[in-house]
Design a binder for this molecule. Structure first.
Ligand code: XMP
Length: 517
């Protein structure tokens, strides 16, 4: 299935191996232009076919001078589409358009003072003569041909910003996309408004209109669709979008895998039937999942086993929804990236992407595939979904299965459900639900010696995990108040049988991931 263009006006972010490619795409969307990331191997002809309003070259870890440095098809410069190069992207423009990229004696990393020339050009117009920018480079552009105007410099980057308005070529050595760069968003906005003459009219409402149209095209007038409802915000928003597109040709299926949080199944069915008013089939399939998980300890095998059983349950549910050939999934952009693409390394098989079996009998409908979680929440709100759905904390498709290390059994799930309930209840009571991206318990399958009521114990440990994040691509461990951790710890030990120790996970992402498996 090819994905039709999601917007009339778009900016392609060409990825040269940057850490910040997604961030650039976000900043462009914040400036109301739809944006997506493409690999640097894209040809000029492929770009022309996509007809973007503008192109942004991302940064990257290489030097333009080394063998194998990622390049771009030079015909891109003749397409008449404005290009903004950031860091490596700016050096690449210089390198390919007769400028000089020098190998510096020393690089610039972090906070740097930028001096803006009196003739500040398009991008820096209206900004102060000196401003703080965020740098991360070793090589530096030392010279540009006369047709380019040099608009700013720093102590170690004589050409820190340049532009050639006639050719539509712009470059900045620093990172306008990071929050530490003053006036960074201004640079992106000016590139879009003046450089690209973009209308900047893209909004979450446009996402809805466009996606509804795309879903209608994909499903046709007769197609019947089922939606895998997990209880999380993603599948709820995906279901609401598809419902808007195809009405009662959509049936939602909620599979109780036995790996859900305490009380979750009842809550989902209740909330969903009340708010969404969409036909819902509730399948209790815990026995099947536990049976297939017997003896499975490897995290990837576990994910794939759960993914496969999900699909088998859906295939069985298909009999109830006669003729359903489409399956909606709430796959998000970070799921796609972390499950591995041609450019990005595979971190783990996200249940709704890499965890699917190859012989799946459905055509997938994934209307949120290009969005980040906060954008999905905005779409959900725009679609009128209530806060209790939109602001639910994310919960992974494989459920508690990836929070139990080693074999998953009903007994272990029962322990984890109770501990997890306490963690979430205390977060809720402390009013931290929105501030914390996710807070949950993990059962590491480790026993330790303890003493309770003068008796020796040898029982399970529970790990509390709470993180803050903007989009799950990176996360930091939450600095929860000690008193709160104390309450969680005593409640877990007192109320959950078989647990004698509680630890708090203080690992950020990277190097950890949010889930333990
Ligand atoms: P990690 O553990 O990769 O998680 O840092 C990032 C975010 O994704 C959620 N997650 C999943 N969501 N299917 C999902 O729908 C999955 O297989 C899956 N694995 C992790 C995780 O809870 C976190 O919010």
């Amino acid at each position: 299935m090819t994905t039709p263009d999601p917007a009339d006006e778009s900016v392609l972010v060409v990825d040269f191996g940057a850490q910040y490619a997604q961030l650039i795409a976000r900043r462009v969307r914040e400036a109301h232009v739809y944006s997506e990331i493409v690999p640097h191997t894209i040809t000029a002809a492929e770009i022309e076919e996509k007809a973007p309003t503008g192109i942004i070259f991302s940064g990257g870890p290489k030097s333009v001078h080394v063998d194998g440095a990622p390049m771009i098809d030079p015909d891109v410069y003749d397409l008449g589409i404005p290009v903004l190069g950031i860091c490596y992207g700016a050096q690449l423009i210089a390198h390919q358009c007769d400028g000089t990229v020098g190998r510096n004696e020393r690089g610039e990393y972090g906070r740097t003072e930028l001096a803006v020339n009196t003739e500040s050009g398009v991008m820096l117009d209206g900004t102060p003569e000196t401003q703080t920018v965020w740098m991360s480079h070793f090589d530096a552009i030392t010279d540009m041909p006369d047709s380019f105007q040099v608009t700013a410099s720093t102590p170690d980057a004589p050409v820190a910003a340049f532009e050639n308005v006639d050719r539509g070529l712009y470059g900045v050595q620093y990172h306008p996309e990071v929050v530490h760069t003053e006036h960074g968003q201004h640079v992106i906005e000016r590139f879009l408004a003046d450089g690209c003459k973009a209308e900047q009219s893209w909004t979450m409402a446009s996402v809805i209109d466009t996606q509804v149209e795309l879903i209608q095209q994909q499903v046709g007038d007769e197609g019947r669709v089922i939606c895998a409802l997990s209880g999380g915000v993603d599948s709820a928003v995906a279901a609401a979008l598809v419902h808007k597109a195809v009405g009662d040709r959509l049936t939602c299926v909620y599979v109780d895998t036995g790996l859900m949080r305490k009380g979750e199944s009842d809550q989902i069915v209740e909330t969903f039937e009340r708010h969404q008013k969409i036909e819902l089939i509730h399948v209790s399939a815990a026995d099947r999942f536990f049976e297939h998980l017997t003896g499975v300890t490897d995290p990837e095998t576990k994910r794939k086993t759960i993914g496969e059983q999900f699909i088998r349950v859906f295939e069985a549910a298909k009999a109830e929804v006669v003729g359903a050939q489409f399956l909606v999934q709430g796959t998000l952009y970070p799921d796609v990236i972390e499950s591995g693409t041609s450019d990005a390394a595979k971190i783990k098989s996200h249940h709704n992407v890499g965890g699917l079996p190859d012989d799946i009998e459905f055509e997938l409908v994934e209307p949120l595939r290009a969005l980040f979680k906060d954008e999905v929440r905005a779409v959900g709100t725009e679609l009128g979904l209530p806060d209790e759905i939109v602001w639910r904390q994310p919960f992974p498709g494989p459920g508690l299965g990836v929070r139990i290390i080693g074999e998953v059994t009903p007994d272990k799930v029962a322990i984890l459900q109770e501990a997890d309930w306490i963690v979430r209840e205390e977060i809720r009571k402390a009013g931290l639900e929105r501030e914390i991206w996710q807070a949950f318990a993990v059962l590491p399958g480790v026993n330790s010696v303890g003493v309770m009521g003068d008796e020796r114990t040898y029982a399970d440990a529970i790990i509390i995990r709470a993180v803050t994040s903007e989009d799950a691509m990176t996360a930091d461990w939450a600095r929860l108040p000690f008193e709160l951790l104390d309450t969680m710890s005593s409640r877990i030990i007192n109320e959950v049988g078989g647990v004698n120790r509680v630890a708090y996970d203080i690992t950020s992402k990277p190097p950890g991931t949010i889930e333990w498996e």
